[in-house]
Every structure is written in C-alpha cells, then in structure tokens.
Design a binder for this molecule. Structure first.
Ligand SMILES: Nc1ncnc2c1ncn2[C@@H]1O[C@H](COP(=O)(O)OP(=O)(O)OP(=O)(O)O)[C@@H](O)[C@H]1O
Ligand SMILES: [Mg+2]
Length: 266
C-alpha cells in the first residue's frame, strides 16, 4: 500500500449551469511539491481552483477531492481554510471600511482559533492569538515582501493597483501558513521587479510540509518559482504531464502541437 497523498483529486467532473467544464481531472500534490498548471484560456484552470476552495457556483457531478484522506467537498470554504487550504483571491474585491490589517487579522484569527481548538480537543494547550502577536507577524511578513507600511492601513483592495492586489494575496498566504496553496495567475499584472519580489516571497514561504499548485500562462514565472511537475489542461482534462521541460516546450511550440497530436490519436 502506498501512503495516503496529502491532496488528491480523482476523476473530478464539474459543471456550471449544466455545462460540463471539468471532464475527469486527476492530480496528486504531496508535501514539498510545486505543481504548475498550464493551459489555454477557458480550459478550466480557474474552475479547478474555485472548486478546491469551495465556491458554491460550481457543481461537482463526479469524482472526489481528498485532503489527508478526507473528502473535502462537503466542507465550507471556511472549514477548508481552517484545515490549511489556501486560494489566492478568497476575498471580495473591495470591502468598504475594512482596512487591510483588520481583514487579515480576522482571516488569520479564524484559522488560528480553529487550529487552537483542535489542539485543545486533543488534550494539548494553545495560547490565544493576540492583536499584538498579529501586528508583529504582519510587520515581519510585510517586510519580507518589501511592502510599504502604509499598506496595512489602507482599505481592502480599494484603489489597489493590479500588482498591489497580487502582493496582498501573497501577504495573506504568508500570514495563514497553508499546507496547500493554490495560486491562480499570481504573475498576471506584475511588473518585472514585483514578479521577482512576489516569487521570492512564495519561495521563502515554501517548506517541506507544504504543496503549491501554481496556475500560470507563462514559463517566465517558472524561472522564479520552480515546479517539479507541469500539467497541461485542455478542454477540462489534463492532457500532458511532465517536468519543467514541458513548460519550455509549450513556450516554444504553443498549444497547436498538442492539439494536433490529440487529434491524431483520437
Ligand atoms: N460562472 C460561469 N458561467 C458560465 N460559464 C462559466 C462560468 N465560469 C466559468 N465558465 C466557463 O468555463 C470555462 C472554463 O473557465 P475557466 O475560468 O476555468 O478557464 P481558465 O482555464 O481559468 O481560463 P483563463 O486562462 O482564461 O483564465 C470557460 O469556457 C468559461 O466561460
Ligand atoms: Mg483562469
């Protein structure tokens, strides 16, 4: 018997408004692994990310998603986050009157409190998470991501530039310390320096206990965040899997090649 994978998607079929978008996705992510998910526009990458996070609009018609052996499809997005799943972009675009710091403190507290409860339920002891601790943690992570202090007092995403939103996502991830992070096009809209800073941040956060699913269009990001595995999604299925060389091949030849091969094989 092989060990239970950390995260396992099996034969996942997903529909939206009776249109089937995902048509049997299989994917395993274990601790210490970075997986890149690439594929043409509309192939279903973001759909997969939303389903992992528990977005209510998507209907899973077949298959399963298991996290440490537990089926997570019945769990709310909150419960998934508490268990250590993270999807960049879990918050609404703008929440008037809620500062970045307050939003993040609530998000982190939610996850920390749930973890503390679990520790206590198992007979251990856990200290409450104090505002003071949060401020210290936030300062630490913001300096790691080279973010200006004023960021913390700004209202959530109000007037944030594209690059600032992406950094805010990574800051949220840094604070939540997830076991599985799904990053959907974290590179889009970043200037060259910001791409480097955000990538360095992700690399610094990566650890042997953690897995990352990185959705991207460009091999460029993969020069900074290096995946061991690359998967290509087309029309709701993973049609190619390989190592980093697959991303290079894609960059050089585009998707036409794969489409032609698939057509020839069918
Ligand atoms: N809420 C929705 N209502 C109707 N169709 C949807 C909805 N959400 C997604 N789709 C459709 O599902 C398909 C997959 O979309 P998805 O966003 O997952 O693609 P993607 O691979 O992330 O593409 P991109 O690279 O452009 O981000 C598309 O055809 C899209 O139009
Ligand atoms: Mg997308």
């Amino acid at each position: 018997m092989s060990q239970t994978p950390m995260f396992e998607i099996e034969n996942l079929h997903v529909s939206i408004e009776d249109k089937e978008i995902l048509k049997g996705i299989n994917l395993v992510v274990n601790p210490g692994e970075i997986h890149a998910l690439m594929g043409p526009n509309g192939s279903g990458k973001s759909t997969l990310a939303y389903v992992i996070a528990g977005h209510p609009s998507y209907e899973v018609t077949e298959g399963s998603i298991r996290y440490f052996g537990e089926d997570i499809l019945e769990l709310s997005p909150d419960e998934r986050a508490q268990k250590g799943l993270f999807l960049a972009f879990q918050y609404p675009t703008v929440i008037p009157g809620v500062s970045m710091a307050n939003f993040l403190r609530m998000a982190v507290k939610n996850v920390r409190d749930a973890r503390a409860e679990e520790i206590v339920a198992n007979g251990g002891t856990a200290e409450p998470f104090t505002p003071r601790e949060f401020r210290k943690l936030m300062r630490e992570k913001m300096s790691m991501l080279k973010m200006d202090d004023s960021f913390a007092t700004r209202y959530l995403n109000e007037g944030f530039s594209g690059g600032e939103k992406k950094r805010a996502e990574i800051l949220q991830m840094a604070l939540l310390e997830p076991r599985l992070a799904v990053l959907d096009e974290t590179d889009s809209g970043l200037d060259i320096d910001a791409l480097k800073t955000v990538s360095e941040g992700v690399n610094e956060l990566m650890n042997p206990e953690m897995g990352i699913l990185l959705i991207t269009h460009y091999q460029r990001l993969l020069n900074h965040i290096k995946p061991q595995y690359v998967h290509i999604v087309m029309d709701g299925r993973i049609v190619r899997q390989g190592g980093p060389e697959l991303a290079h091949e894609l960059e050089a030849k585009g998707y036409e090649n794969i489409r032609a091969e698939l057509a020839a094989a069918s």
